[in-house]
Design a protein around this ligand. Structure first.
Ligand code: F58
Length: 846
C-alpha cells in the first residue's frame, strides 16, 4: 500500500519560525481513493502521449503548438517522473515498515549527470518515449540536449557518490543520499585567449523538474554563540550551547531509481534559507540592502560548490556548509525517519553513516551533541553508539589534501563541537598511552589536534578514531593509507582498516553512454550483464572471432563519429575521422601529470619539425584533453593555457596535418564524458605512482574498450592484473621507486641535461614557438618543471615515450588491437559499482 499524505509533522527540535500548523500533517480524508495506490500512466505510446500532453497543458500551462523546447523538456521530465512515482512512494512505505538498516551516505558532492536518459533507461521507457515524442512532432534528442546536468561535484569523488546510490537502488538496499543543493554547482569553464575563465553554473535557471521541495521537513541549524557549564546536584557537569545565529535547512528530494526493479531510493539535498526573509522595519526605513543582509548571509551557505577558500571568509563558509548539511541530515534521520519512540541506544541497528571523505566528519561531534545534550545519554554510552554509526572513506594520498580546521574557527562557529572534540581526543590519547606506555611522541603524533602551523583539528584522525571502519578506494591506496598516511592508527587498530576498490555504474557508463556496444554485447550474451557485470567474461572467446572484432571496430568508429559531430557543433572543432583517439580527461592537477601528456605531444611534433621523423611515419593521433582547474590553482591554469597554445599551433601547422591534432573542448563534465569515453582508443592514466587514490575514469575507459597507458598507481594496478599485461601499456616508476628516487635526491634539471629528447622538447616549448614568441607565457610551467617537478614528470618522460611507441606498434595491427580492446571489456566486470556496494555491505556495513 502506498501513502499519499505525510504521516508526521516534521519540524526540528528547535522549531523553525515557519508556522508549524501550516506544515503539520494534513487532515486525513476518508475518501476511498485517498490511500492509493498511486497509479502510473499506462506504459504504452498512447499512455505516454496522454501523460505528456497533460503535463504540458496542466503542468506547464501551455499548448503543444505554443510550447517552447524548454516547456517540452520539462513536461517530458515530469511525465517520466509520473512513471517513477508509484515505485518511489511504495519503496518509501516499504522501507518505513521493514525498518531495515539504512545507509546514510554523507557526501558534499553528487555529480549526477543528466537525469532524463537515465530515468528513461531505468523505467524501460526509451522506445515508447521516442515514438510518443515523434507522434507529437518532437525530436527527443533535442529535449535531451535541453537538460543542464546538475554539476554538484568536482570530480571522481562526486561521481563515485552518484554511482554508489545508483547501485544501491539497483540492489534494493535502503539508502538515503544526503548532500547540499548548491544553487551554483561546479563552474562552467570557458576559454578566453586560451585561458580558463569560470562562469557561474546556473543549472536551476530554466527549472528543475527532478526535485521535490519539502518545506514541511525543514530543519533549524545553529551556529556560533557560546557554551556554558552547570554542575547539577549529583555533581554531573552539563554543557549548554547558546547559539548566536541560525539558518533553516530546506530539503529537496530527488528520485534514485534502480534499474528496472521497481525500487526508487531518495537523495535528499539541503538548501539554506534565512529564518526571516527580511527585516520589515529596516526595509521600511529605506535601507533595502541591510534589510536582506541576514537572508543573503544565510543563503550563501548553499550558494556555491567549493567557494574559494584562500580567504578566511571562504574557509568559514566551507565549514558552515559542512556542518549545515550534516546537522540537517542527522536531524532528518533521527527525528523524521525512524519512529518517534525508537530506542536510540539501538541506533546502529538502523543506520550507518558513510563519510565520503572528511567533508562530513563534523557529523561525529554532532551525533555526540544530539545524544548527550539533547537525548540525555551518558557520555560513554553515547560514544559507544556513535562509534558504530559512522564509517570513513579516504579518497586521497596527498597529505595537503587531508582537511584541518583551525581551532579558532571551529571554536567560533561551533563552540560545543570543539569541546566535544577535545574530550574525544583526551580520552583517545589516554587509550594510546595505555596501549603504548611511555611513547609520548606517538601520542602527540596521533592527537586530533595539530599544534603547527596553527592549532587545528585533523578531521581525518577524528574520522579514523570514531569510524567503525576506515577504507581506501583501491588496493594500493588502502595499503598506503595504512602504511604511510595513518600508520599509527593501523598499528593500534589493524582490524579497522579495509579496502573497497571503487567502481562505476554500468547503467550510465556503458548501457546509456554506449548504446551500440550495449546492443552488440546483448545480442551476443544476453542482457544480464547490465546488473551482473561479471557476465562480460562470456565475451572472452569472441576476442578471437574475426567477425565479432569487425563489429566491435564498427561500434568504436560510429562512436568516434558521434563524438566528432558533437565537438563540431559544441566547440567548432574539426577532427579527422581516421586517427587513434588518445584521451586524457580528469581534474587538472600536477600529480595527474597532464604536463607529461603535453610533453609527449610536443616531442612528436618536434620530431617532425626537426626532421628526425618524416610526417608520414607518425601514427595519426587525435589527442583530447578535458579538465577543469580549481579557480585558485594558478599553476593548473597555466597548464591549461599551455595545452591550448600547443593545440592552436599543432592544429594549424600543415607539416603535421592529418597526423597530429589536439582538442581541448571546454567544460568537461559527465555529459561530455558519456560521449568521449565510448569513442576512445587509448586511455591516459599517468599519475605519479602513489598519488592517485584510485581513479574511476580508468575503469570507464576499459569497460568501453579503450586500452590503458598507465603507471602502477591507484586502480590501474587492478585493471592491469585483470585485463593482463599484454593488454595494458605499463610504464614508469612504481611507488617504492618513486620513494627511493626522492630519498636519493631528485633533480629534474639533471634529467633535462642528460636526455636529449627531453631537452629538445622543453627547449621548443620554452622558445615561445607555441605562444607567438612570448617566452614569458610558458615560464610558470617550464620553470616549475625544471626547478621542482614535484611529481617527477621528467623522471618518467623517457619511459612514457617508449611506452607510447609500443602503443603505436600495437595500433598498427587492428586485429590485435581490437582483440585487446575486447579483452579489456570482457575482463573489467569487476569494476561495477554493484561489486563495490557488495564489498561495502560485507566489509563495512554488515
Ligand atoms: C578522487 N578525489 C580521487 N577529490 O582523486 C580519485 O583517485 C578517486 O578515484 C575518487 O576520488 C573516488 O574515490 C576527488 O575527486 C576531490 O575532488 C577533492 C574535493 C575537495 C577539494 C579537493 C578535491
Amino acid at each position: 500500500m502506498t501513502e499519499t499524505v505525510p504521516t508526521r509533522a516534521v519540524v526540528s527540535d528547535e522549531s523553525p519560525s515557519t508556522d508549524a500548523r501550516r506544515i503539520g500533517p494534513a487532515h486525513r480524508t476518508s475518501h476511498p481513493l485517498a490511500s492509493g495506490p498511486v497509479v502510473s500512466p499506462p506504459a504504452t505510446v498512447d499512455g505516454f502521449v496522454e501523460a505528456f500532453l497533460a503535463e504540458l497543458n496542466y503542468g506547464q500551462g501551455t499548448l503543444l503548438s505554443q510550447s517552447t523546447l524548454n516547456d517540452q523538456y520539462l513536461a517530458l521530465a515530469r511525465t517520466i517522473r509520473r512513471y517513477l512515482m508509484a515505485d518511489w512512494l511504495e519503496t518509501g512505505a516499504r522501507r518505513r515498515q521493514a525498518q531495515q538498516k539504512t545507509i546514510g551516505y554523507l557526501s558534499a558532492e553528487y555529480l549526477l549527470g543528466r537525469q532524463l536518459g537515465n530515468n528513461l533507461l531505468a523505467t524501460n521507457l526509451q522506445d515508447i518515449a521516442e515514438v510518443a515524442m515523434t507522434q507529437c512532432g518532437i525530436d527527443i534528442a533535442a529535449l535531451r540536449a535541453q537538460e543542464v546536468e546538475p554539476g554538484l561535484g568536482n570530480g571522481g569523488l562526486g561521481r563515485l557518490a552518484a554511482c554508489f546510490v545508483d547501485s544501491l537502488a539497483t540492489m534494493d538496499v535502503p539508502c538515503i543520499g544526503y548532500g547540499i543543493r548548491y544553487e551554483y554547482g561546479i563552474f562552467r569553464q570557458t576559454f578566453e585567449g586560451d585561458r580558463q575563465v569560470e562562469v557561474p553554473d546556473s543549472w536551476l535557471s530554466l527549472g528543475s523538474p527532478w526535485e521535490f521541495p519539502h518545506p514541511e521537513r525543514q530543519v533549524l541549524v545553529s551556529f556560533g554563540g557560546q557554551t556554558s557549564t552547570t554542575t547539577g546536584e549529583d555533581g554531573v557537569v552539563t554543557s549548554t550551547w547558546t547559539p548566536g545565529w541560525q539558518v533553516i535547512g530546506m530539503p529537496y528530494h530527488y528520485m534514485v531509481p534502480g534499474y528496472r526493479n521497481g525500487v526508487v531510493n531518495t537523495l535528499r539535498l539541503w538548501s539554506a534559507r534565512a529564518t526571516q526573509a527580511f527585516d520589515l522595519a529596516i526595509f521600511n526605513s529605506g535601507d533595502y540592502a541591510e534589510a536582506v543582509r541576514a537572508q543573503t548571509f544565510a543563503e550563501n551557505i548553499s550558494k556555491v560548490l567549493y567557494p574559494e577558500d584562500s580567504t578566511p571568509q571562504g574557509k568559514e563558509l566551507r565549514l558552515q556548509q559542512q556542518y549545515f548539511f550534516v546537522a540537517c541530515s542527522l536531524h532528518d534521520f533521527i527525528e523524521n525517519t525512524i519512529p518517534a519512540d525508537f530506542d536510540l541506544s539501538r541506533l546502529p541497528e538502523r543506520i550507518i553513516f558513510q563519510l565520503n571523505d572528511t567533508h562530513p566528519v563534523i557529523a561525529i561531534p554532532e551525533m555526540m551533541r544530539i545524544l548527550v545534550d539533547k537525548k540525555g545519554f551518558e557520555w560513554d554510552e553515547a560514544w559507544a553508539i556513535t562509534r558504530k554509526c559512522f564509517a570513513y572513506t579516504c579518497h586521497t594520498l596527498l597529505p595537503e589534501a587531508l582537511e584541518v580546521w583551525s581551532v579558532e574557527l571551529l571554536g567560533k562557529l561551533l563552540p560545543r563541537h570543539l569541546e566535544i572534540i577535545y574530550r574525544i581526543n583526551d580520552e583517545f590519547l589516554e587509550e594510546v598511552r595505555e596501549a603504548f606506555p611511555g611513547d609520548e611522541m606517538r601520542a602527540r603524533r596521533m592527537s586530533m589536534i595539530a599544534e603547527h602551523p596553527v592549532r587545528s583539528v585533523r578531521m581525518a584522525y577524528l574520522a579514523t578514531v570514531a569510524g567503525a571502519k576506515v577504507n581506501g578506494v583501491a588496493e594500493l591506496h588502502s595499503q598506503l593509507l595504512r602504511d604511510k598516511v595513518l600508520p599509527d592508527f593501523s598499528q593500534l587498530w589493524p582490524e579497522k582498516f579495509t579496502n573497497v576498490t571503487n567502481g562505476i555504474t554500468p547503467r550510465r557508463f556503458v548501457r546509456l553512454a554506449n548504446r551500440r556496444l550495449s546492443e552488440l554485447v546483448t545480442d551476443t550474451i544476453g542482457d544480464g550483464w547490465v546488473t551482473d557485470l561479471d557476465r562480460l567474461r562470456e565475451l572472452e572467446p569472441l576476442a578471437d572471432d574475426a567477425s565479432f572484432r569487425e563489429e566491435f571496430r564498427a561500434v568504436k568508429q560510429a562512436n568516434k563519429e558521434r563524438l566528432y559531430a558533437l565537438l563540431k557543433v559544441r566547440d567548432g572543432l574539426e577532427l579527422p575521422r581516421e586517427a587513434m583517439l588518445d584521451v586524457m580527461v580528469k581534474r587538472l592537477h600536477e600529480y595527474k601529470r597532464q604536463t607529461l601528456k603535453l610533453l609527449h605531444i610536443v616531442s612528436l611534433y618536434d620530431d617532425v619539425l626537426s626532421g628526425r621523423v618524416a610526417a608520414e611515419d607518425v601514427t595519426p593521433r587525435t589527442f583530447v584533453f578535458g579538465a577543469k582547474a580549481a579557480p585558485g590553482y594558478h599553476l593548473a591554469k597555466e597548464i591549461i593555457f599551455l595545452v591550448n597554445a600547443v593545440a592552436d599551433t599543432v592544429n594549424s601547422d600543415p607539416k603535421v596535418a592529418g597526423r597530429l591534432s589536439v582538442a581541448f573542448p571546454a567544460n568537461y563534465n559527465v555529459t561530455l564524458a558519456e560521449k568521449l569515453i565510448p569513442a576512445a582508443d587509448l586511455s591516459e592514466q599517468i599519475s605519479l605512482a602513489g598519488k592517485e587514490a584510485s581513479g574511476t575514469g580508468n575503469m570507464k575507459f576499459a569497460l568501453n574498450g579503450a586500452l590503458t597507458i598507465g603507471t602502477d598507481d591507484g586502480a590501474n594496478v587492478e585493471i592491469r592484473r585483470l585485463v593482463g599485461d599484454d593488454h595494458f601499456f605499463l610504464f614508469g616508476m612504481d611507488e617504492p621507486e618513486v620513494e627511493q628516487l626522492r630519498a636519493r635526491g631528485y633533480s629534474p634539471a639533471a634529467v633535462y641535461e642528460e636526455n636529449a629528447r627531453l631537452r629538445s622538447t622543453i627547449d621548443l616549448l620554452a622558445s615561445g614557438h607555441f605562444t607567438g614568441g612570448d617566452r614569458q607565457a610558458v615560464g610558470p610551467v617550464i620553470d616549475n618543471l625544471l626547478q621542482q617537478d614535484s611529481f617527477m614528470v621528467f623522471a618518467d618522460f623517457q619511459a612514457y615515450l617508449d611506452a607510447q611507441e609500443r602503443v603505436d606498434a600495437a595500433y598498427a595491427d587492428p586485429d590485435a588491437w581490437s582483440r585487446s580492446a575486447i579483452l579489456n571489456v570482457a575482463r573489467s566486470g569487476y569494476f561495477s559499482s554493484d561489486r563495490s556496494m557488495r564489498d561495502y555491505l560485507s566489509r563495512i556495513w554488515a
